[in-house]
Design a protein around this ligand. Structure first.
Ligand SMILES: NC(=O)c1ccc[n+]([C@@H]2O[C@H](COP(=O)([O-])OP(=O)(O)OC[C@H]3O[C@@H](n4cnc5c(N)ncnc54)[C@H](OP(=O)(O)O)[C@@H]3O)[C@@H](O)[C@H]2O)c1
Length: 323
């Protein structure tokens, strides 16, 4: 389990931007379960963070000093600036947060219009391919990704069942986020409740958790089901991989498909997706929650909230106010 002992604070001079560079002050940091994977010295879709390096993280920041023609002091930008107060960049891969619209909160590019909102959008629509009347089962349902998956599925005419930890999260899913049903995996027998709620089976499983959830979901799939493998947080802090799902033979008998994806592969289509998500949010068809903690000194503790289910909505840390 990742802990505060894995990190060290260091004070250094604020760097100065060179020719074609600019200096940003970090305002809000994004916390993502994948950060635990980036700390493993293993080959993955991004290189591991090395010991002694600044912990990688997405953030919203403000330009404070610029020698770059496209960015000026005061601009709000979005990039991967890490767990630090200031960063220098040459602007590569940096977006201006005004891409969406100033009518949304400054943190929206980290939540609903950020990686988690986009993961929900592409994972469900492109891999899950929902059809009207489909039954959709979502794990990690009250989280940043899961809650958006369920609401998009409802917009597509599906019946949506969410699985989350605790009564408070489950109540929010059915009373606020428009889910048809919510199951508290900490107290319920998932297999039995699913049999009752959808005896014909589940057409789409959107899995953020893996482990036991996935194994049980495999027992309850319908003919031609699609299992969208988005995340496997139940195993991210395990020393050894969790056992594979022993119930996988239903994939054969029910001609089902299980497929993983990485949202970054959809980069070219992000602007189109953000536009559609913004429309849904403006029309009140999608709601989203942000869980905003305070202070850079709390970065390690904030990361651990994701793996204990303490976060309720997109986990963010505010480390400064915009000027
Ligand atoms: N494929 C991609 O490109 C991509 C991109 C972004 C995110 N993801 C994945 O999407 C998933 C959700 O990420 P997020 O940023 O939206 O986080 P999140 O759902 O807002 O927060 C994580 C949640 O996971 C649940 N959880 C933690 N440990 C668990 C465990 N041992 N067993 C079951 N549930 C556990 C907790 O909810 P409860 O309180 O309900 O247990 C916690 O609140 C993660 O697996 C992440 O890696 C994938």
């Amino acid at each position: 389990m990742v802990s505060e002992d894995n990190f060290k604070f260091k004070e250094i001079e604020i760097p100065s931007p060179g020719e074609g560079e600019f200096l940003v002050k970090n305002l809000y940091l994004s916390f993502d379960p994948a950060q635990r994977g980036w700390m493993d010295d293993k080959k993955s879709y991004v290189p591991p963070v090395q010991i002694g390096e600044v912990m990688r993280a997405g953030s919203v920041a403000q330009v404070v000093d610029s020698n770059h023609s496209d960015f000026k002091a005061g601009d709000i930008v979005q990039g991967t600036f890490g767990w630090q107060d200031y960063a220098v960049t040459n602007g590569e891969g940096i977006l201006t947060a005004s891409l969406v619209s100033s009518k949304f909160p400054i943190t929206a590019p980290l939540s609903i219009f950020g990686i988690t909102g986009l993961t929900a959008y592409f994972g469900l629509l492109d891999i899950g391919k929902p059809k009207e009347g489909d039954v959709v089962l979502v794990s990690g349902a009250a989280g940043a990704t899961g809650s958006v998956v369920g609401q998009i599925a409802k917009l597509k005419g599906c019946k949506v069942i969410g699985v989350a930890g605790g009564a408070r999260k489950c109540k929010w899913l059915t009373e606020e986020a428009n889910f048809d049903a919510a199951i508290d995996y900490q107290t319920a027998n998932l297999n039995e409740v699913l049999e009752e709620l959808c005896p014909e089976g589940v057409d789409i499983v959107f899995d953020n958790v893996g482990g036991e959830f996935l194994n049980t979901a495999l027992l309850r799939i319908a003919q031609n089901a699609r299992l969208v493998i988005c995340g496997a947080i139940a195993g991210y802090n395990e020393e050894n991989p969790l056992p594979g799902p022993s119930n996988y033979r239903t994939l054969i008998t029910l001609r089902a498909k299980m497929e993983g994806f990485i949202v970054l592969d959809y980069k070219e289509q992000f602007p189109k997706a953000i536009k559609e998500l913004a429309k849904w949010v403006s029309e009140g068809k999608i709601i989203y929650q942000e869980d905003i903690q305070q202070g850079l000194e709390n970065a390690p503790k904030t990361l651990t909230r994701l793996y204990s289910g303490k976060n309720f909505g997109k986990q963010i840390l505010q480390i400064a106010e915009p000027e």
